[in-house]
Design a protein around this ligand. Sequence first.
Ligand code: PLP
Length: 285
Amino acid sequence: MSRIAYVNGQYLPHREASVHVEDRGYQFADGVYEVVTIVNGKMIDEEGHLDRLWRSLGELRMDAPMDREPMKFVMREVIRQNGIYNGIIYLQVTRGVAPRDHPFPKDVRPALVMTAKRLSMKKAAKTAEQGIAVITVPDIRWTRRDIKSVSLLPNVLAKQEAKDKDAYEAFQVDDDGMVTEGSSTNAWIVDQDGKIITRPLSNDILAGITRASLIAELEKRGLEIEFRSFSVDELHNAREVFLTSSTSYVLPVVKVDDHVIGNGQPGSISLDLREIYQEFMLAAE
Ligand SMILES: Cc1ncc(COP(=O)(O)O)c(C=O)c1O
């Protein structure tokens, strides 16, 4: 089945899908995006992702390209036309096309693009079984990391550094030596007493939808979470480390920089949490 992209009202073969050279996303990174996971044909946390998309748009004083219900219809259509059973859908909204000038253009329609692709559940399960390596890098991003903007250059550099060092992810570290989050994931530790710790929401990190759903599932089960920043030192000496994201779900970390975490195998709490999150996904309506 050939891939189809949605571009401003049209469903087009991937190779023909393009935007204008003066799209403000292209010239200014003046846009926002979402990535929604599809498991067994169902979108996971569709409402949460749309809530965050609308929030990001609001924070940047950008209009929505269409109402929520038609957007949901287009999302389903993109998934259907691409025949996705397990994978992701990517949505991007930019401020639109206008002659290049920094201030907001007048009377311009926001541009909406959607693409979808398959992901292998088997590969994801194998990665989780083995656990992953993470490095730490300085967080060089702007101070509005709560907005899911397409301006991802620091994240790109961080992920490339991880790749160069055979790691899966880079955890970013603020000027106080505290971990903010991964380049495309939220960071968690389990301390030596078994406490599950993650950084509280603020402008310093993206409010991960996976993070929120995992928290809700843990709270339902009466499991406690400590919301506080943790240092690189705590990260290196944690009993367990894991990360969350829409494409990684809950992924155990077995090495951080040169420090082996636990016995170098995925920790039991991380694996339990992954299981809890998988159950949550499989129960999606
Ligand atoms: C910087 C950053 N933090 C965290 C996340 C995880 O968010 P979510 O669980 O909504 O995928 C992402 C996802 O892309 C991200 O880019």
